[in-house]
Design a protein around this ligand. Sequence first.
Ligand SMILES: Cc1cc2nc3c(=O)[nH]c(=O)nc-3n(C[C@H](O)[C@H](O)[C@H](O)COP(=O)(O)OP(=O)(O)OC[C@H]3O[C@@H](n4cnc5c(N)ncnc54)[C@H](O)[C@@H]3O)c2cc1C
Length: 199
Amino acid sequence: MAEIMKLANKHLIPVTPRGGGSGLAGGAVALKGGILLDLVRMNRIIHVDIAAKYMIVEAAVRTLDIQNEAKRHGLLYAGDPCSSDDCVIAGNVATNAGGNKAVKYGVTADQIYELEIVTPQGKILTLGGRLKKNSTGYSLIKLIAGSEGTLGIITKITLKLQKLAPLLPNFLAIFPNLAAAVTLVEALLAEKNALEMFC
Ligand SMILES: Cc1cc2nc3c(=O)[nH]c(=O)nc-3n(C[C@H](O)[C@H](O)[C@H](O)COP(=O)(O)OP(=O)(O)OC[C@H]3O[C@@H](n4cnc5c(N)ncnc54)[C@H](O)[C@@H]3O)c2cc1C
């Protein structure tokens, strides 16, 4: 990946990284030609640490496979875009995807301990760290999250995992107005991990 980026940089060839191709902004379409970097073969789950609750994955692991792998170990990966069976984790990072569990656990940027990226100049950088209390320097993970491939190629991600909540039933509640519905949010989130509202 680094060699491709060095070559592209030297010859000013546009590079467009592509994950699952489900992004609605069309960022994975190589409109300017050049190199379309399909990372499909970078699909290994490298390590799951059950005690410390984290998982290290390559860029193109399908989000659903990450969720299932965490569940297999009694843990939760809280990133949950509705396209999880089609998208991959680097695409989620590059779009800072939200999803069903975002109200409780935050968006994709909130699920990341560490990111490995290849810069446009071909340098391999590791951003962030596997620490809860990480307050050193600029928050570069938040800069990369949502950057749609414009700042570098995401190659490896260390994801936070959560304790898996016991299986609870889904239910649909109908409220007379928005104000009445939001009064229940806090109580619901104490028990459940996902919440969607339709108006
Ligand atoms: C049915 C459906 C439901 C959806 N539900 C949600 C939802 O609930 N929440 C939500 O936020 N979005 C949702 N989306 C949008 C989309 O699925 C997400 O944006 C998803 O995160 C994109 O991931 P992808 O792997 O498909 O990325 P792609 O579409 O392949 O790429 C998206 C962007 O990421 C960049 N990119 C891809 N890989 C890399 C990489 N390795 N390094 C750097 N940049 C990279 C691409 O260049 C592009 O700019 C939905 C889409 C569909 C079709």
